[in-house]
Design a binder for this molecule. Structure first.
Ligand SMILES: [Zn+2]
Ligand SMILES: [Zn+2]
Length: 438
């Protein structure tokens, strides 16, 4: 997460940066003194500052300085091709000194190339795969390289990761050699009205535009565009207590998933409440969890997901998340609980729908993998705990009489009450009961 009040954008002819170096390019340094006021921020969240990059340039160095005024001024810097800076302004406005230096070095670093995306599965066959779906590298405000983040994710037990740097996908240019780990390309679309991850994009300079203000109706177009290109749109930390982090846009059609994990219990409860309010309006938004990992101030796998997918491949993982075959877990390695709901001869697992005759009994069976220790299993129906049992080695059985559409999920808690697992729902559908409570 980061503060983001107003955006300053550098406009640079970056295409020139990858041209062949020319010894004829002189070094150039240009300093600009800019002043922005709160009114500027009202007119345009992003202020654009053109920077000239001569043909043959191989290096562009940008620096900026301003008075933070005890946190009243926040200026984020971005670079566009042609190219952005990002700003918040206190009542007195803010002065920004921006310097851009261009030069051509004799032996420039090679232009990075994009590795082809894998065509076949990394592992065949259905299984629960462990994944981190929201991780940052040095390509935004993370501490480590892409390779290092991937290596640590694998050590924590993940089978796949989605790297989601703020507003860029340049991490995909970094080669990663971590055996057994599937890397997906994502982006944390970071707007002043909340953050969302677009999972499963990629391609040379592929990126999703983030320049929306809070409550901007164009969020619809952004979500649609993500879906049209086969990517999955997930709202991040929807009730986070930091500036610009809470979701203030609509939850428009096409939003597939939402983070329900958070370190602060109040934020977690608020995210869960939002999730339940959507589920109760028949929006089958998939609950996911992430560590939003930037640095080792907390474990990389806390929180993370287990996804029941047909194989370990990008397509299968995204399809399985869309289908709701997801359990949110508090670490990267523990196997997830299994939830099986039966009524008559029909049965359903996490993410599935189950037809139930009105007045019939739904039998709920929860299997807790060994190693979870002691603790408690709560059965949650339509957002409320309706039954509870201590963790046991044998499957735990609950029964519900069903009179209308409902959704059932399971929360597993440790002895100290901390969350261990939250499953996505099984949806009970009573014929002729649509429009009833849920
Ligand atoms: Zn964020
Ligand atoms: Zn993040």
């Amino acid at each position: 997460m980061r503060l983001s009040l107003l955006g300053l954008a550098l406009l640079a002819g970056l295409a020139d940066l990858v041209a062949a170096p020319s010894p004829a390019v002189p070094e150039a340094r240009r300093e600009q003194r800019l002043h922005f006021t709160a009114q500027d921020r009202e007119v345009g969240r992003y202020q654009y500052v053109p920077v000239t990059v001569p043909a043959g340039t191989t290096r562009l160095t940008i620096a900026y300085a301003y008075d933070k005024a005890g946190g009243a001024n926040v200026v984020d810097l971005g670079l566009f091709e042609p190219g952005p800076l990002d700003l918040g302004t206190g009542p007195a406005g803010v002065d920004v000194t921006l310097t851009a230096e261009t030069s051509a070095v004799a032996d420039p670093a090679p232009v990075p190339t994009l590795a082809p995306r894998p065509t076949g599965p990394l592992r065949p066959g259905p299984a629960w795969f462990s994944g981190g779906v929201h991780l940052h590298t040095r390509h935004s405000d993370g501490e480590f390289s892409t390779e290092e983040v991937c290596r640590r994710a694998r050590e924590a037990g993940h089978d796949f990761v989605v790297i989601t740097d703020h507003n860029n996908t340049t991490h995909q240019l970094d080669p990663v050699d971590v055996p057994g780990l599937l890397r997906l390309v994502g982006e944390e679309v970071t707007t002043p009205g909340g953050h969302a991850s677009v999972l499963g994009i990629g391609g040379w300079r592929d990126q999703v535009d983030f320049r929306l203000i809070a409550g901007d109706e164009r969020i619809r177009d952004l979500v649609r565009a993500a879906n049209e290109r086969g990517a999955l749109f997930a709202i991040n930390h929807p009730r986070a207590d930091c500036l610009g982090c809470s979701w203030e846009h609509n939850v428009s059609a096409g939003v597939a998933a939402m983070e329900i994990s958070a370190f602060a219990p109040a934020e977690r409860a608020a995210a869960m409440a939002l999730w339940d309010s959507l589920l109760q309006r028949r929006r089958r938004i998939v609950g996911i969890g992430s560590s939003d990992w930037h640095r080792p101030d907390h474990p990389i796998g806390a929180a993370s997901v287990r996804v029941w997918a047909a194989e370990l491949s990008e397509r299968a993982i995204l399809d399985a998340i869309r289908a709701g075959r997801v359990v949110v877990m508090a670490d990267g390695a523990t196997p997830p609980p299994e939830l099986l709901v039966r009524s008559g001869s029909a049965e359903a697992r996490i993410g599935d729908s189950l037809p139930v005759a009105r007045g019939a009994t739904a039998i709920v069976e929860v299997t807790i993998p060994s190693g979870l220790g002691r603790g408690r299993v709560d059965l949650v129906q339509d957002g409320a705990i309706v039954d509870s049992a201590p963790i046991a080695s044998a499957p735990i059985r609950f029964e519900r009489t069903v009179v209308k559409d409902a959704y059932l999920r399971v929360h597993v808690h440790a002895v100290d009450g901390s969350p261990v697992a939250v499953t996505n729902p099984v949806y009970l559908e009573v014929p002729g009961a649509r429009g009833s409570k849920r």
